[in-house]
Ligand binder design. Structure first.
Ligand SMILES: C[S@@+](CC[C@H](N)C(=O)[O-])C[C@H]1O[C@@H](n2cnc3c(N)ncnc32)[C@H](O)[C@@H]1O
Length: 281
């Protein structure tokens, strides 16, 4: 039993060395279940066996990382969040910009998987500006999608999706912002041009936000359905990074079953409990 746990910890520490990602601080049950799936796939009968496989085939590390991180996403997932963006958050942010005489808008989608959420935000922004009879070119806009898994980001940059990913997209939006390629949908270039995808580890102690070395000042951070897999101490670190990365009056949107740790609650105004929308004081 002790050896079993030792080998399990050894796998995690190898991942830590490889990616700087400390899975020992993720929920153990989730990690063990996902590791077991990968072990079954490779035919490893024990953690020790699996360690040997990692040694012999280093590419297995990437596959394990991919399996340990859940990628489930889709365009306009939880439509109500995008309605709130369009009707409340963007109007408030652009009002703040106008009052401060600024035209820079910075958005970060953390844990963006294949980019569905990041592109949905970009489309919502373009639609919002269109309603206001303004153009994206009138502003200096940055929209970052980041993820720990570079392979997902490569797909995000290509921007081609199957029908399942776009099932919540309204017909008019689908027609305007996607090209149909056989049974797939491709995001149009004008939306792709607004978005950059870059690797970023949310648990990194060195880089609190992308890109490294730049003053953050984000107006909006979305981190949905990513932190549920992190144990409490790790969540604490990520949230304090978000807090430091947001400008005053900036918004943080979490997934439906996620919330801000108690000790940071005071630093945010809860704008919408159900939709998990917070604003930095
Ligand atoms: C379930 S997806 C969420 C996608 C999207 N935000 C949504 O709600 O539809 C979670 C993503 O978080 C990423 N992730 C997990 N741990 C991470 C970490 N430490 N740093 C950055 N991304 C991470 C995973 O690779 C995965 O793509």
């Amino acid at each position: 039993m002790i050896d079993l746990e030792k080998d399990f910890s050894l796998i995690l520490s190898k991942l830590y060395k490889m990616y700087g990602l400390d899975f020992s601080k993720y929920r153990e049950g989730t990690i063990k279940r996902r590791l077991a799936r990968r072990m079954a796939f490779t035919g490893a009968g024990s953690y020790r066996n699996y360690l040997d496989i990692l040694e012999e085939r280093p590419r297995e590390y990437g596959r394990l990382l991919s399996d340990l991180t859940i990628k489930l996403s889709r365009f306009f997932r939880n439509q109500y969040v995008f309605e709130k963006l369009q009707n409340e958050i963007f109007p408030d942010l652009f009002r703040q910009k106008k009052e401060g005489g600024k035209n820079v808008l910075r958005i970060w989608c953390a844990g963006c998987a294949y980019g569905e959420e990041t592109y949905s935000v970009a489309i919502t922004l373009v639609e919002y500006l269109k309603r206001k009879k303004e153009k994206t070119g009138d502003y200096d806009i940055t929209i970052f999608g980041t993820d720990i898994d570079e392979e997902t980001l490569q797909k995000a940059r290509i921007g081609v999706y199957d029908t399942g990913a776009v099932k919540e997209v309204k017909k008019g939006i689908l027609d305007e912002y996607f090209l149909v390629c056989g049974s797939h949908y491709q995001v149009v270039d004008s939306i792709k041009a607004l978005v950059s995808f870059t690797t970023h580890n949310l648990t990194s102690a060195k880089h609190i936000c992308p890109p490294a070395g730049v003053v953050a000042n984000y107006d909006l951070i979305l981190c949905r359905n990513t932190l549920i897999y992190f144990a409490t101490p790790l969540q604490g670190r990520v949230f304090s990074n978000f807090f430091r990365s947001l400008s005053r009056g900036g918004y943080l949107i979490l997934g439906r079953s996620e919330s801000i740790p108690k000790d940071l609650e005071e630093s945010f105004i809860l704008r919408n409990r159900k939709d998990r929308i917070f604003q930095k004081k």
